[in-house]
Design a binder for this molecule. Structure first.
Ligand code: GLA
Length: 399
């Protein structure tokens, strides 16, 4: 094992110019490359904190860097609890950034970004995805939410959890970053003061784990997810259409023209929606009007963590597995990216440059009694967990 990780680790660290930070930061000064056990003590890592610039409102925000013994590096800012960068090795040990984003907070507040609204890497909430006409009835009361997507409410409204500053607490013993946000009663129209905590943990085996918890003082809908856009080729392919995607789902929620579920769960069998076997995203994209932007119903959903999706990128050999406790996953093929944004490394984000796998409860659940409930009540704790695990493979996985 030592031999396997040593070369890619050093290549990666050297190419990132972070070797000295990482080697000093881990395990009380022991070189990272000598670390082969994953005890709690050995997992203690230095978490770097740097400025991410000032928001338009004049508040300085930070970016935190988690690094593990294999040189994988994840950056998260407390603006929107946003993942801004995930650096992983390819099959030759060369480092590359596999998510879309910007180098400073200005990028996330630019007019072009706010206009196109891609939510790169952010935690979206209080309710991820759409609520029809921004209305729902709960315990006999009708609530009206901000409408920011035509007549519908999308991703928490005008100022959702992606656009607020979270309170960050590095947890070096767990190699984790804890972020907390208190959403006020009435914010964007939602009932109840909701206290949300998101913990990002980078494990020794290259898994970025996201643990969500929340409590409320009034009954409220809640549906939290992370909105990262992946491109595992890390700049070496013109778009993400060659990625082979597998979704552990044999049904999806059918939507109307404004992307609100009709209530029907339809089989994917024999259609362009079928990703039960690894298939390139681009193969049948043209057959799906507007591109993929659908909630898939995960098989075996029972609140325990299960494999939801795998993605393989043939040129780099990068492989990503997604595990979640959630019943659904929104597969979005970056249809609204239009080249108006240029991010890290001067990369222009044209249509389908990245794709999202947003683990979630189903869209519009507060208006769909047949869907699993998204209502959190006082005294209960909302608890979900999702992880993205990175590795490399020589060939297309057969499963
Ligand atoms: C989700 C939605 C899409 C789009 C993106 C953000 O994936 O389902 O329709 O709004 O977020 O651009």
């Amino acid at each position: 094992m030592k031999k396997n990780i040593l070369r890619p680790t050093l290549l990666l660290l050297a190419s990132l110019g972070i070797a000295s930070v990482t080697l000093q930061g881990c395990n009380k000064g022991k070189p990272a490359a000598e670390t082969t056990t994953n005890t709690a003590e050995n997992a203690s890592m230095n978490i770097k904190t740097e400025t991410f610039g000032k928001t338009k409102e004049g508040t300085e925000v930070q970016v935190y860097t988690l690094t593990n013994q294999q040189g994988v590096q994840v950056k998260i800012t407390n603006y929107g609890a946003t993942v801004t960068s995930i650096i992983t090795p390819d099959k030759n040990g060369q480092a590359g950034d596999v998510v879309l984003g910007f180098d400073n907070v200005e990028g996330y507040q630019s007019d072009a970004f706010l206009k196109s609204g891609p939510y790169f890497g952010a935690i979206v909430g209080r309710y991820g995805n759409r609520i029809a006409k921004g209305k729902f009835t709960l315990d006999g009361n009708t609530y009206t939410l901000a409408t920011n997507n035509g007549e519908n409410h999308l991703h928490g409204g005008n100022k959702g959890f992606d656009k607020v500053i979270w309170t960050a607490k590095p947890m070096p013993e767990q190699n984790a970053l804890q972020l907390t946000y208190v959403s006020k009663d009435g914010e964007e129209g939602y009932p109840g003061t909701l206290t949300t905590t998101v913990v990002y943990t980078l494990t020794p085996d290259n898994e970025l784990k996201i643990d969500y918890t929340a409590t409320t003082d009034k009954a409220t809908p809640i549906n939290l997810t992370n909105h990262s856009y992946f491109n595992l080729a890390a700049g070496r392919a013109p778009d993400a259409l060659g990625h082979l995607l597998m979704l552990q789902a044999d049904r999806y929620t059918v939507v109307n023209a404004s992307l609100i579920p009709t209530g029907e769960l339809r089989s994917v069998a024999g259609t362009a929606m079928d990703f039960t076997k690894p298939t390139a995203i681009g193969t049948r994209l043209a057959q799906v009007e507007g591109g993929y932007d659908h909630n898939y119903v995960l098989t075996g959903a029972n609140n325990s963590s299960k494999l939801a999706a795998t993605v393989y990128e043939p040129t780099s050999g990068r492989y990503m597995e997604v595990f979640t406790t959630e019943p659904g996953i929104q597969f979005y093929s970056g249809n609204f990216l239009d080249g108006s944004l240029t991010g890290k490394g001067n990369t222009n984000y044209k249509q389908h440059y990245g794709f999202c796998l947003e683990t979630q409860h189903f869209p519009d659940s507060p208006n769909q009694p047949e869907f699993p409930t998204t209502i959190l009540r006082p005294g209960e704790t909302y608890k979900t967990s999702t992880s993205y695990k990175f590795s490399v493979k020589d060939q297309v996985p057969t499963q």
